[in-house]
Design a protein around this ligand. Structure first.
Ligand SMILES: *[C@@H]1O[C@H](CO)[C@@H](O)[C@H](O)[C@H]1NC(C)=O
Ligand SMILES: *[C@@H]1O[C@H](CO)[C@@H](O)[C@H](O)[C@H]1NC(C)=O
Ligand SMILES: *[C@@H]1O[C@H](CO)[C@@H](O)[C@H](O)[C@H]1NC(C)=O
Ligand SMILES: *[C@@H]1O[C@H](CO)[C@@H](O)[C@H](O)[C@H]1NC(C)=O
Length: 184
């Protein structure tokens, strides 16, 4: 009986989802989607913007290492929890890459439904044009994210479980960026 009713419920959910002209992506409907459909829905939703703020810290060492650190604020436009495990991105201005990084989070970054979260400090962001050339973009106060690749898990519960998805080649323009010179 239990098996029968869960089968029936599954069919009912499928019928309801298919019948709706423009189904909202709720946690329940997302759970019933195949990973590839879910991926498409998430990419569409993230089209409005995954990153809301970038804070960049430049040190004196940056002038010789060409490395800076960033702290990034993320938003989740979806009605279910997302957890980011890795992120790689290039950032720049007018199509010219100025910064590039790859990062694996030791603990996934949990972004609550319709909520925001900070990544914490990500070190070793490479200034691909060199630190000196990069000083010119500081007054602009924004960056374009030219390519974001991320491994996320959808429908996590406090950062656990979830459906793993690889999202490639997201773009975002005009992300507000603060620069702090840390001379300590
Ligand atoms: C960036 O810095 C501003 C000002 O100090 C702060 O309010 C904000 O929370 C910071 N954001 C991140 C992602 O660290
Ligand atoms: C991330 O690392 C991979 C493999 O090392 C490399 O191919 C890729 O270009 C890197 N991405 C960024 C944005 O640095
Ligand atoms: C970006 O390109 C536009 C059009 O080519 C130009 O007007 C603008 O000054 C450029 N901005 C920067 C920061 O290079
Ligand atoms: C970038 O965003 C700022 C607000 O954060 C806005 O004032 C500006 O017009 C935007 N520029 C473009 C090119 O969208």
């Amino acid at each position: 009986m239990a098996r029968f009713s869960s089968l029936f419920f599954g069919l009912l959910v499928t019928v309801l989802v298919n019948a709706a002209p423009a189904p909202e992506l709720t946690a329940a409907s997302a759970a019933s989607l195949s990973p590839s459909n879910l991926l498409g829905e998430i990419i569409d939703a993230l089209g409005v913007g995954l990153v809301t703020q970038i804070n960049t810290t430049i040190t004196l060492d940056s002038l010789t290492t060409n490395l800076v650190s960033v702290d990034v604020e993320l938003q989740n436009p979806l009605p279910f929890e997302l957890t980011l495990d890795t992120v790689a991105s290039t950032a720049g201005i007018n199509g010219t890459v100025f910064a590039s990084f790859n990062h694996t989070f030791s603990t996934g970054i949990v972004v609550p439904p319709f909520g925001k979260a900070k990544t914490g400090v990500i070190d070793n962001v490479l200034l691909t044009q060199g630190a000196i050339a990069s000083l010119a973009i500081i007054p602009l106060g924004f960056l374009d994210l030219l390519e974001i690749d991320t491994n996320i898990r959808a429908l996590t519960i406090d950062g656990f479980l979830g459906i793993p998805l690889t999202i490639s080649d997201l773009h975002q323009t005009n992300v507000s960026t603060l620069y702090t010179l840390d001379l300590s």
